[in-house]
Design a protein around this ligand. Structure first.
Ligand code: PHB
Length: 392
């Protein structure tokens, strides 16, 4: 045999051996039931979470601790706690999943928590951000954020930057009530005054009367939490059309308002808006650049990756690292022990799972909406490192 040919054959055999070794390593699967919103008004929540998870698997392969990852996708169709609970029971009993994951909206996560406890399944929250969720099951770990964690820094920043009188407007459910509470507490403690507060319904709110009331009370700023999507678009449109901006009323908010996935749809009126948040697609780091590139290669460019995609990616990373530590075991006590105290270099910056609370510790950034290369981005310009959920 010619020298060259022998070399080629050697490589092929080596490649086959490697392939074989890879297959032999993956002894069995780990099934993850991904329960999230894949249709209806919050369809992008599930879409972003899953896209983030797939991005991690594309970059890192799908075998960890000798187990191959299998995703079983279930659609809650919206804020539908009864459906979420039924789907969780279904994936546990019929599909025999080892781990529950996903959960864009708080009511869905809350409904599934008792299922995780009863079935003793690790449950990884990839968005739902009401503070209390992690206390609802000892098997819950959260890799996303909490509203108090994100809201406190903007309260401190506003007070330090000369804003004294604020009106608050939040969505009338868990994360909104948490955001309102944390903002008011921190803002008042820093010397600020709350003029008035309103809560708007989660389903189909009409912002017109609220915007008029805000205009009439003439605060220096309105603090806002709304779940991103049609509501944030409607709010910004109404703010512009009803002349609140011209009246000199500023908006301050958590970054849910200027979500990367919706920012372009809200358009120019968002320019200059200042928010506090744990993730921006504009975050300047090698990890984020690699994430953004792989996200587009894996999922296409219809959506810009947002904080939910980042949490999907980090949630998958946390599961992968835990599997490596437990050598593929999903025994709930071993798996939770592996997750507690875990540190990761996320696209958003360094993160840690607090071993006491199973909630995330992370940097919260202050950002301003600016045009970068012709597109709208949240450009970070200040930061509050090592932020815990302040209520815990
Ligand atoms: C939630 O329902 O917990 C939730 C939804 C959207 C957000 C944040 C929290 O941006």
């Amino acid at each position: 045999m010619k020298q060259g040919m022998r070399k080629v054959l050697g490589c092929v055999t080596g490649g086959l051996l490697l392939l074989f070794a890879g297959a032999a390593l993956a002894q069995g699967t780990v099934k993850i039931g991904v329960i999230a919103e894949f249709s209806g008004p919050f369809a992008d929540y599930g879409g972003q979470i899953l896209a983030g998870m797939k991005t991690y698997l594309k970059m890192n392969g799908d075998v960890f601790g000798g187990k191959k990852i299998e995703l079983i996708i279930k659609d809650t169709t919206g804020a539908a706690p009864d459906i979420a609970k039924r789907l969780a029971q279904e994936v546990v009993t019929r599909d025999n999943v080892d781990i529950l994951a996903g959960f864009g909206l708080t009511p869905n996560a809350m409904a599934v928590a008792p299922v995780a406890t009863e079935a003793k399944k690790p449950m990884v929250i990839m968005n739902a951000a009401t503070s209390v969720i992690t206390t609802r099951s000892p098997y819950i770990v959260r890799v996303s954020h909490t509203l108090p964690q994100d809201a406190q820094p903007i309260a401190l920043w506003a007070a330090k930057n000369g804003i004294k009188r604020v009106f608050t407007l939040v969505s009338d459910y868990g994360p909104g009530i948490d955001a309102e509470g944390a903002f008011i507490k921190a803002f008042k403690a820093a010397g600020g005054e709350i003029i008035d507060s309103v809560r708007t319904p989660l389903a189909n709110p009409d912002f017109a009367p609220f915007l008029q009331r805000i205009k009439d009370t003439k605060p220096e700023a309105v603090f806002v939490f709304l779940p991103p999507g049609s509501q944030t678009i409607a709010f910004i449109k109404g703010y512009e059309e009803r002349g609140l901006k011209q009246a000199g009323i500023k908006i301050i908010a958590t970054g849910d308002l200027t979500d990367d996935g919706v920012l372009e749809a809200m358009g120019e009126p968002t320019l200059g808006l200042i928010t506090s948040f744990h993730y921006s697609a504009a975050h300047d780091s090698p990890e984020n650049k690699a994430f953004i590139k792989a996200y587009a290669e894996t999922n296409g460019t219809r959506l810009r990756p947002n904080f939910m995609a980042c949490a999907g990616f980090d949630g998958m990373a946390a599961i992968a690292e835990a599997l490596k530590k437990t050598q593929g075991s999903t025994d709930p006590d071993k798996f939770l022990a592996a997750l507690k105290g875990m540190k990761l270099n996320s696209p958003r910056g360094p993160i840690m799972i607090d071993p006491e609370t199973r909630d995330i510790v992370q940097t919260v950034y202050i950002r301003r909406v600016e045009k970068v290369n012709g597109a709208l981005y949240n450009v970070e310009f200040d930061k509050f490192p090592d932020q815990k959920d302040p209520g815990k």
